[in-house]
Design a protein around this ligand. Structure first.
Ligand SMILES: Cc1cc2nc3c(=O)[nH]c(=O)nc-3n(C[C@H](O)[C@H](O)[C@H](O)COP(=O)(O)OP(=O)(O)OC[C@H]3O[C@@H](n4cnc5c(N)ncnc54)[C@H](O)[C@@H]3O)c2cc1C
Length: 415
């Protein structure tokens, strides 16, 4: 007789683990997570910068981020672990986007109405709190060929209660937590087929020739999501595809570059950066649309190294924002993949036209912070359980596969 489960989740990244956690903490149904790799966080999650910011264009997206942050800020209680490996870094998030005061005031008010600690900081106050940062926001020529004259910007938006996390430790914590709850997590278990009978899910087949019968299969396969969908014969109706995303780690000489440094989104040169958890490095990524264009055709084989040109430009940008940073210092980096929903940069989450086939895909650069809320939405849909303190107030409808594309002024990772 074949194996059976109530829910099969494909993928032990932060999304699959969060869905399993949110179901299992209230419902003892038999959940199996199937992961092709030998451990958690081998896909997008392992490369994530895990920045937990709450400013978004739409209130629903802000709510999802806010409610995810509640779980991250209270990680031990949320996971039920006494000594979790991961913890929240309360650095704050500073938006240095050269915005007009009216725009900053309007967003601050919208965020405050959701209970988010959003503050307007004048340039003097930014320099007092973060002495390493320049408050110039004049755009500059990244090639360095044109002379740049710094011009101070007047005010900036600061998220006082936001910060960042360690994504791999978080995934390991969730693994421990779901296993304690009885979830069966199987590594080195690639799914090779998603079986559909009529228009209903029937189960999955695995590479070792075994199969699991189940009425519900959740596609949490990150950059491999299209492959899983194709196995089920399912088409999203959205352009969901992995792109290559690069991140640099720059040595942080604490004796010459004074802390603290918050998470910074910097429009003058198109970067974001934050302290690396150990406090020995500054991690730098891009907020530019142009840097989100390299489509990965085969997620099993992509270039995971950084490009020298990318590295040089972003480090140049970092020197503009942190003028005391010396030119000497060790630089490393990596490339990961995130899965873009090209039409509106937000994920598709929830049921599909195939009964029992649930998707949670296309998170772009938002999936880590959203993961507790994503788990909450899917778990409540599957169990019908009432909301509690770890659930999001946001509706899954916002992310529904049948929605019209969400209107956005900005379709970059900052959407
Ligand atoms: C460079 C970078 C920076 C980022 N920065 C941030 C940030 O600051 N803040 C934020 O919120 N988000 C950020 N993100 C986005 C976030 O990391 C992702 O949205 C999130 O990790 C997606 O998780 P996932 O579980 O969907 O995918 P993944 O972590 O990729 O997990 C999918 C899993 O499915 C498994 N799988 C695939 N196919 C099969 C199969 N056939 N059988 C079994 N298993 C299978 C894979 O092995 C993989 O482990 C960033 C991402 C990158 C790459």
């Amino acid at each position: 007789m074949g194996d059976t489960a109530d829910v099969v989740i494909i993928g032990a990244g932060i999304i699959g683990l969060s869905i399993a956690h949110q179901i299992s903490r209230r419902d003892p149904r038999r959940i199996v997570i199937l992961e092709k790799a030998a451990n958690v966080a081998e896909g997008s999650t392992g490369a994530s910068c895990a920045i937990l910011r709450q400013r978004y264009t739409h209130t629903e997206a802000m709510t999802v981020a806010r409610d995810g942050l509640r779980a991250h800020r209270n990680w031990a209680r949320y996971t039920g672990l006494e000594g979790p490996r991961a913890h929240f870094h309360p650095s704050g998030v500073l938006w240095m986007m050269g915005e007009a005061p009216e725009r900053i005031a309007a967003d601050r008010a919208r965020m405050a109405s959701l209970g988010i600690d959003a503050q307007v900081l004048e340039a003097d106050e930014v320099r007092r709190r973060f002495p390493a940062l320049s408050t110039c926001n004049a755009p500059f020529d990244l090639t360095g060929e044109t002379d740049h004259e710094c011009v101070d910007h007047h005010s900036f938006l600061f998220e006082g209660d936001s910060g960042f996390f360690d994504p791999v430790s978080a995934a390991q914590d969730l693994l421990e937590s779901v296993r304690r709850a009885g979830v069966d997590v199987r590594f080195r278990s690639p799914v090779t087929d998603v079986r559909v009978s009529g228009s209903r899910i029937d189960g999955v087949d695995l590479a070792d020739g075994t199969s699991i019968d189940a009425p519900v299969v959740v596609n949490a396969a990150g950059p491999w999501a299209q492959r899983i969908a194709a196995m089920a014969g399912f088409e999203y109706g959205w352009t969901i595809r992995p792109i290559r995303a690069q991140v640099i780690y720059r040595e942080w000489p604490r004796d010459v570059v004074p802390g603290p440094i918050p998470v910074v989104a910097d429009s003058s040169a198109g970067v974001y950066f934050r302290p690396e958890a150990s406090g020995q490095q500054i991690l730098v990524g891009s907020i530019l649309h142009d840097d989100e264009q390299e489509v990965v055709d085969d997620p099993d084989h992509f270039n995971a190294n950084i490009d020298a040109a990318f590295r040089d430009l972003k480090i140049h940008a970092l020197h503009h924002r942190i003028p005391s940073l010396p030119y000497r210092g060790q630089i490393t980096g990596l490339a990961g993949m995130y899965t873009m929903n090209v039409e509106d940069v937000h994920a598709v989450i929830g049921p599909t036209s195939i009964e029992g086939f649930i998707v949670a895909n296309g998170f772009s650069g938002h999936g880590f912070k959203e993961s507790p809320s994503v788990g909450s939405m899917v778990a409540r849909f599957l169990t019908g359980a009432p909301a509690d303190e770890w659930d999001t107030e946001a509706s899954m409808e916002f992310f529904s596969i049948d929605r019209e594309p969400i209107e956005l002024a900005d379709t970059t990772v900052l959407a």
